[in-house]
Design a protein around this ligand. Structure first.
Ligand code: FAD
Ligand code: UDP
Length: 363
């Protein structure tokens, strides 16, 4: 069988690209996925207790892009969902992103206006210039104490690096607020796919020109299929047989537990920002999909070095190593590198979709 395109990976990048090529250009596409399911890290499924769980950590869809929202809306209905996260320090819970409620509770204050909170941050922040890393970006806004309480240990656990060894963009993902908005994201569109992500991916990939093979590393079939072009969404260092060394990717061990109680925690996500707790966060899955059930399933996240590569690790050293690989891609005119692992970019889902659509349009 001859294909126009071989697509490596059935996550957002691979699946959206397959859909575009098949539906817009009538191309014959083979998608090869090494795991035993589609949807990449957004994969969800019902566990044995009937609860929809996100197998690779909580995936909350949020975007300001109408284009991305409209595109995905062809494949799913949505339920409104605004994510809220609490950070646990000792036995107390505080809103994260840091906001007025966080400050008042933590320091026993009674700040009433945005202006008062702004003045508070002014009085505690340490000027850092230029902003070179993830410590600078937080300390420059809220000072050392808040940095140490909410960011220092969580960051060390998540990345096994100090915040000052990571690019500002990592902790810079988390805003600092002067109001009492407790939502994790403020994007215009915040939803969960009504029947889950996997169902949405089934629809994305449901096209007569698209064939999907699971449980298969693309390298094992290269000799047995014919194709004109490849879209590669796996780790870029693997493509090149690690010729410039292994790029650091961060992994996580997810430990799932079902409990015989209706609800375990106040919000879908609680971040354990203390040094003394080994895991980073606990997710209560039914609260993401707003499912009713007599029991509840939670998952603990233990970051680790080895295992499935979930996160690129953003800092200058890794970026330089990635650029060696990127330069090498120029020699492969028939391969397009796209997605979080192939571009070594800490993309959210909407960014992965927007980027893939752009790559498709530039083909
Ligand atoms: P992936 O989903 O990683 O897909 C790549 C696919 O390629 C994988 O399925 C992989 O198995 C396959 N592959 C790799 N190598 C090979 C090979 N050799 N042969 C065949 N197949 C191969 N984003 C949000 O917007 N909101 C969130 O709340 C959110 N939460 C997240 C939580 C966690 C714990 C993680 C890890 C990510 C989260 N994300 C979130 C980010 C989101 O998962 C990514 O933006 C998205 O998955 C990127 O899609 P992708 O296709 O680039 O990569
Ligand atoms: N972070 C932190 N404390 C928190 C939340 C986030 O230190 O309570 C830092 C940490 O380094 C984390 C980064 O900010 O990796 C980005 O957080 P986000 O919640 O966006 O991470 P993701 O959901 O992508 O794992």
């Amino acid at each position: 069988m001859r294909y126009d395109y071989l697509i490596v990976g059935a996550g957002f990048a691979g699946s959206v690209m397959a859909e575009r090529l098949a539906s817009q250009l009538n191309k014959k596409v083979l998608v090869v996925e090494k795991r035993n399911h589609i949807a990449g890290n957004a994969y969800d499924e019902f566990d044995e207790h009937g609860i929809l769980v996100h197998r690779y950590g909580p995936h909350i869809f949020h975007t300001n892009s109408k284009e991305v929202f409209d595109y995905l809306s062809q494949f799913t209905e949505w339920i409104p969902y605004e994510h809220k996260v609490l950070a646990k320090i000792g036995n107390e819970l505080y809103p994260i992103p840091i906001n007025r409620i966080t400050i008042n509770k933590l320091y026993n204050l009674n700040l009433k206006t945005d202006e008062e909170v702004k003045n508070y941050f002014e009085s505690v922040k340490e000027k850092r210039f230029p902003i070179l890393n993830s410590e600078d970006i937080i300390v420059n806004q809220v000072g050392k104490d808040l940095f140490e309480k909410f960011f220092k240990h969580y960051t060390k656990k998540q990345w096994n690096l100090e915040a000052n060894q990571l690019s500002p963009s990592v902790c810079g993902r988390i805003p600092v607020r002067t109001n009492d908005d407790c939502r994790y994201f403020t994007d215009k569109y915040q939803f969960m796919p009504k029947d889950g992500y996997t169902k949405m991916f089934e629809k994305i990939l449901n096209h007569k020109n698209i064939e999907v093979i699971l449980d298969t590393d693309y390298k094992s079939i290269l000799d047995s299929i014919k194709f004109d072009k490849m879209i590669y969404t796996g780790p870029i260092d693997y493509f090149f047989d690690y010729k410039f060394g292994k790029l650091p990717y961060r992994s996580i061990r997810f430990e799932f537990r079902n409990l015989p109680q209706v609800q375990y925690q106040e919000t879908a996500q609680i971040n354990y920002v203390d040094e003394s707790v080994e895991f980073t966060r606990v997710i209560e899955h039914k609260l993401l999909s707003q499912q009713n059930s007599d029991t509840t399933t939670i998952s603990f996240e233990y970051p680790q070095k080895d295992g499935e590569p979930y996160y690129p690790v953003p800092n200058e050293e890794n970026r330089n190593q990635y650029l060696l690989y990127k330069k090498e891609t120029e020699k492969f005119k028939n391969v397009i590198f796209c997605g979080r692992l192939a571009e070594y970019q800490y993309y959210n889902m909407d960014q992965a979709v927007a980027n893939t659509i752009k790559v498709f349009e530039d083909l």
